[in-house]
Design a protein around this ligand. Structure first.
Ligand SMILES: C[S@@+](CC[C@H](N)C(=O)[O-])C[C@H]1O[C@@H](n2cnc3c(N)ncnc32)[C@H](O)[C@@H]1O
Length: 280
């Protein structure tokens, strides 16, 4: 395909994302969209991609979703940022000991690996503290509807489990064929976790009704957005945090404390409410 027509296609995709979210390019970095589009042109072919785009442009909402799903990067795994989990466990221990119900949010949950890891950690701490632990819930949200379905299904191949410690791996049900084993999330964890569609970049973004949260995972997602959108998302997400809550991000996101006055770095890619900065 000639470079000019790739550019035209990119402009049309960007315009469609803007129609969906109310934000230029859906808030995404143009270079990121160009890379994803080039990859899809290689795998799907130009004719299929244009057909999908035309359906979306005619107002077909399922084509809108397919276009969105096509442009996301969904890689994740259980226990992805190993330093996060002992910090979450300690945070939950303190909350449970105070007999406070706990609400958590995985704000770009992909196929659920992060939210289910949160659930495994919460269940372990709750079991340790037996009587003390009150209720706990987790919201997992994303814009990719195929990923959300996979998150709800909760079935994972061994390679999805990352470096999940054996004691937690064993809490997942062993299933599948002997030559293709998989692990499934048990009902005891499912009752605590709900998955929803939520676009973090929308111009008319509203906080989830489950807010405020004790812990928010905003991990491996801000890198795809333009700076202005990153700052708006951070501000919105910080507004969903309890005053003593923690935001967990990832090494690739850089220092987010520089991008928001509401949060300050607390080490290991975690952020807490910046009380002093708030007065500025
Ligand atoms: C690389 S995955 C990160 C998954 C997980 N948080 C982790 O750290 O492993 C990025 C996810 O962000 C989601 N995403 C991209 N744009 C989004 C938006 N505007 N709102 C919500 N989620 C979005 C993608 O669909 C994808 O599932």
């Amino acid at each position: 395909m000639a470079a000019a027509s790739t550019q035209t296609l990119l402009d049309r995709v960007a315009a469609q994302l803007e129609r969906m979210s109310g934000v230029a390019d859906g808030g995404a970095k143009r270079a990121f969209l160009a890379t994803r589009l080039a990859a899809e042109l290689r795998t799907r072919g130009e004719a299929a991609l244009i057909a999908l785009l035309e359906r979306a442009e005619r107002g077909d909402s399922s084509a809108d979703m397919s276009l969105r799903n096509m442009l996301t990067v969904n890689y994740s795994c259980f226990w992805r940022e190993p330093e996060h989990w002992p910090i979450l466990a300690e945070h939950l221990r303190l909350r449970f000991e105070a007999r406070a119900p706990v609400r958590m949010w995985s704000a770009a949950c992909a196929r659920g690996e992060e939210a289910w890891t949160m659930a495994l950690v919460a269940a372990e701490v709750a079991t340790e503290l037996a009587q003390l632990a009150p209720g706990w819930t987790i919201l997992g949200s994303d814009i990719d509807t195929v990923s959300l379905d996979a998150a709800r299904a909760g079935r994972y191949a061994n390679e999805d489990l990352g470096s999940l410690p054996d004691r937690l791996r064993e809490q997942l049900i062993l299933a599948g064929r002997p030559n293709a084993p998989r692990r499934e999330v048990p009902a005891a964890l499912r009752q605590h976790v709900e998955y929803k569609y939520l676009d973090l970049a929308r111009a008319d973004w509203q906080p989830p009704q489950e807010a405020p949260f004790d812990a928010i995972f905003l991990s491996n997602v801000l890198i795809y957005f333009e700076r202005a959108t990153q700052e708006r998302i951070l501000k919105n997400v910080a507004g969903c945090l309890r005053p003593d809550g923690i935001v967990f991000t990832s090494r690739v996101e850089g220092n987010l404390g520089l991008a928001t006055r509401q949060l300050k770095a607390a080490g290991n890619c975690t952020y807490i409410t910046a009380r002093t900065a708030r007065r500025v």
